[in-house]
Design a protein around this ligand. Structure first.
Ligand code: SF4
Length: 279
């Protein structure tokens, strides 16, 4: 059996290991098992590649912002939203996705958050894994993955990392902390702040910063996450049949919205979740 990759951490892994505040009841470690230990199995892979409507909306919204700023004249044109929708090939998506993305584009054209900003980086949102950052913690290393949507310069030199959101979920501060940690390595010596912006609600978060002390704690926490996950992968590779002990299930109503409910033997669902789309 092959050895699991070297330890890594990301906001996604953090969110799979520990629930966000208020999400404890719905948190299920077995989802991490499917996503991060069994992702190469054909039936798991097939489920993972099927983007849900909310995921598709998130990706298209980010891409829409990217297109507006890459073709800046479209921000001022009466048919700008239509043109961006064509660039996104929105007509190939479902009615629900089209409607919500059009609303997002209209809202953005009315109040373009990045207009006039000194943009350092703005990604289309579909470019896959970013390059890992090697982080030393104690006498070991872990790789940090942090895919940032947008960075612009605030004031004179401060980096402002902005993450775009869609849907109704609350902002998870941990994501911003991971970005701020990454920024320390990618842009050493630069001050950085982070914030979220919900493109559907037009809602901004407060600015998030970290002190040097918080930075050390964060590194420690992410190193623990990386090593815990690597240990779990080792255990799983040693004995696949222990899957449910290593990644314990937490069945409940939330299984209806879990992408793995069709293959999970612990799923608590009576109807297929594929027809129910949470917003
Ligand atoms: S279907 Fe339920 S128990 Fe199974 S992985 Fe998903 S949330 Fe966990």
């Amino acid at each position: 059996m092959s050895t699991p990759d070297r330890p890594f951490a990301s906001y996604h892994l953090w969110s799979l290991i520990a629930p966000a505040i208020g999400q404890e009841r719905w948190h299920c470690q077995m989802r991490r098992g499917f996503i991060k230990a069994r992702q190469h199995e054909p039936e798991v892979k097939a489920l993972l590649t099927k983007a849900t409507a909310p995921q598709r909306i998130g990706i298209l919204a980010q891409k829409g912002v990217y297109e507006f700023h890459h073709n800046r004249h479209l921000l001022n044109k009466s048919d700008g939203v239509e043109k961006v929708a064509q660039l996104l090939k929105l007509s190939n998506t479902s009615y629900q996705v089209q409607q919500r993305v059009i609303q997002i584009l209209k809202k953005y054209q009315d109040a373009p958050l990045l207009r006039g900003k000194n943009i350092l980086q703005l990604t289309p949102g579909d470019e896959g894994f970013p390059k890992p950052i090697l982080i030393e913690q104690g006498d070991s290393y872990f790789r940090l993955y942090a895919a940032m949507d947008c960075i612009f310069i605030d004031g004179d030199r401060t980096l402002h990392i902005l993450d775009f959101k869609t849907g109704k979920s609350a902002f998870d501060q941990r994501q911003a902390l991971v970005y701020l940690l990454a920024a320390r390595y990618l842009y050493p010596g630069r001050q950085a702040v982070a914030s979220f912006y919900n493109l559907e609600l037009g809602k901004k978060s407060d600015l998030i910063k970290i002190t040097n002390h918080e930075f050390e704690n964060l590194k420690y926490e992410l190193a623990n996450i990386a090593h815990k996950h690597q240990d779990d992968l080792h255990k799983y590779q040693e004995k696949n049949s222990n899957f449910s002990q290593i990644f314990p299930p937490n069945p409940g109503y939330h299984c209806r919205f879990c992408p793995f409910n069709s293959i999970c033997e612990f799923a608590s669902v009576t109807t297929s979740a594929h027809t129910i789309i949470p917003v």
